[in-house]
Write a protein that binds this ligand. Sequence first.
Ligand code: HEC
Ligand code: HEC
Ligand code: HEC
Ligand code: HEC
Ligand code: HEC
Ligand code: HEC
Ligand code: HEC
Ligand code: HEC
Ligand code: HEC
Ligand code: HEC
Length: 322
Amino acid sequence: MSRPPSKARLALLGAALVAIAARGAQDKPGGTAPEAAKPAEEKPAAYVGSATCQTCHEDIFNAFQKNPHHLVETDKKYKHTTQACEACHGAGGKHADSMSAADITQPAKLTAAAADRICLSCHLSEATHVGRINGSHARNQVSCVSCHAIHKNGPDGLVARKPAEINRQCAACHSDVWASFLRPYKHKLPAGAMSCVDCHNPHGSALPHAMQTVDANEPGCFKCHGDKRGPFTYEHAPVRMEGCTACHQPHGSANPRMLTRAQVGFVCLECHANLAQRTPSASGTLGTIPPAIHDLRLPRFQNCTICHQKVHGSYVDRNFLK
Ligand code: HEC
Ligand code: HEC
Ligand code: HEC
Ligand code: HEC
Ligand code: HEC
Ligand code: HEC
Ligand code: HEC
Ligand code: HEC
Ligand code: HEC
Ligand code: HEC
């Protein structure tokens, strides 16, 4: 059990709180703490307001009037009314005097983690089209500003929206992945009908490889292929346990249906190798020679899905025949 604090301790605590509050007022944008309270060389740069920035950065200031971030200028919620520029660039008093680049924060010159901290001061855990913003791409190697150019308009500007623009952005760094989408069997990314963010969340996710999720952390494939979700009476174990990539190449493939192997039979035999054993199984159905029903010497048995049509799971048949 903790001791109730004495009167003296309470008084001390009160004094400390007053001191912290005073400092807070000084740090706060637009704070009113007297400037003279600290020696000049320690004085933190003062906030001067966007109108001051305008005097030297007219073009950026003018363009900014149409930027979604202009809301920061007017909405108290963001704590930087009339100081939107300094919400991202930090207090600009010193820089406005010196005009030196050294005296102002330029997010593009910071480490990815430090730049992201600025953006996340407003955007942390915000729900977006592509999920919650939890942190930067691939654990801080790629910052927000690699994909979002604050002061640019157009497709390469603040946010890419059209699938083709998004794909171009991602492909610029992931050229190897893009190359897979040029194979014969793929989702229609090259046609601009779909984009990387249909499957991946550039802002991070709870699943490996930043996969998009639907509902309860299920892989984003189900957003469009809901018929593969089940729950099936008879599940095919790998669909749930290993996921779609046990049999499919999601980025495109040389094989029909984006399968991992050119022939369906080889996809299946990777796990069901016992079908190829010479002696029939106890059930009598396995093995390569009659009376086993799977006579793999016959071409028709190599195309397993002719009979096992419900290979993703079945509501009625434990062998996925229907
Ligand atoms: C009196 C003129 C003047 C004012 C006022 C001014 N700037 Fe600048 N700013 C400059 C000049 C000149 C440069 C170029 C410095 C250089 O390249 O060495 C610059 C550069 C910058 C840069 C780029 C720094 C870099 O590392 O590349 C940023 C960001 C910036 N200013 C933001 C601001 C903001 C925000 C304000 C308002 C708080 C502001 N400026 C007010 C003159 C000014
Ligand atoms: C939402 C954050 C944000 C706001 C608000 C913002 N900037 Fe920037 N600014 C950036 C980032 C990030 C960069 C780095 C380059 C880029 O992504 O465009 C930058 C770059 C700059 C540069 C350097 C441009 C160059 O070409 O080197 C200047 C100058 C500048 N900003 C001035 C301003 C002024 C003036 C305002 C207010 C009218 C402002 N910024 C508002 C984030 C912001
Ligand atoms: C001071 C708060 C604040 C900071 C800091 C901030 N933003 Fe924003 N951001 C906003 C507001 C407000 C909006 C507009 C939201 C709206 O329209 O509802 C916005 C919108 C956006 C949008 C969406 C634009 C659209 O068209 O939907 C992007 C992308 C974005 N910000 C990226 C960034 C990045 C990158 C940074 C860091 C360089 C950053 N923001 C820093 C407040 C902030
Ligand atoms: C790898 C590229 C990439 C990175 C890194 C990235 N984003 Fe995005 N962001 C996107 C794309 C692409 C979209 C648009 C997706 C869409 O609309 O379908 C987007 C959308 C947004 C939006 C608008 C959401 C909406 O629903 O309107 C905001 C806000 C945003 N990002 C903020 C951030 C912040 C903050 C960071 C850094 C923590 C960040 N982003 C990092 C690619 C990225
Ligand atoms: C500025 C370069 C850059 C851009 C742009 C970029 N990425 Fe990345 N991405 C990286 C780096 C670096 C990594 C981490 C190293 C790696 O895994 O290749 C990464 C990793 C990934 C990963 C793997 C994450 C994991 O945990 O395995 C995915 C998925 C991804 N990026 C998707 C995207 C998507 C989608 C876009 C477009 C919205 C995009 N990237 C844009 C550089 C970039
Ligand atoms: C149809 C869904 C889908 C689309 C569209 C998609 N991916 Fe993927 N991606 C996946 C899956 C699933 C994995 C995990 C692969 C695995 O587990 O072997 C993955 C893995 C990755 C990885 C990490 C492993 C690797 O292969 O390097 C990167 C990086 C990546 N994707 C980037 C991209 C980029 C960039 C785009 C757009 C050009 C894109 N993806 C489009 C589903 C997709
Ligand atoms: C945004 C919706 C969407 C998402 C997400 C999506 N797909 Fe698809 N998928 C489609 C569409 C549409 C087609 C039909 C493509 C066509 O006609 O070219 C398709 C076709 C396929 C095909 C069959 C191709 C063929 O030749 O018939 C496979 C296999 C496939 N998707 C697997 C996946 C996997 C695995 C994932 C998750 C990693 C996934 N898809 C995520 C929309 C999506
Ligand atoms: C055990 C291997 C296996 C797994 C795991 C698997 N598939 Fe398939 N999938 C196949 C085979 C084989 C075909 C081709 C069927 C045929 O030839 O008719 C196929 C075909 C498809 C098709 C196109 C034909 C159709 O039925 O619509 C889509 C779409 C598809 N799979 C999506 C998925 C998705 C999404 C997942 C993950 C939830 C997944 N698959 C997991 C083996 C698999
Ligand atoms: C990644 C491994 C893997 C792949 C690839 C795979 N399977 Fe399976 N399959 C399994 C597992 C594990 C079971 C469950 C076996 C059990 O319960 O004893 C199973 C069960 C089955 C069953 C039900 C029989 C039973 O004993 O319950 C059939 C039929 C079947 N698979 C057919 C196929 C066909 C056809 C393909 C190719 C399209 C295929 N499998 C690809 C792993 C795989
Ligand atoms: C001509 C139709 C047909 C083809 C082609 C076929 N199967 Fe079968 N398979 C069946 C039937 C029917 C059963 C159920 C036998 C029974 O009732 O015991 C079965 C059962 C199975 C079982 C479960 C066996 C057991 O005893 O548990 C597996 C695994 C299997 N098949 C895999 C495959 C694979 C892999 C291929 C492709 C190499 C394939 N099948 C091709 C008709 C076929």
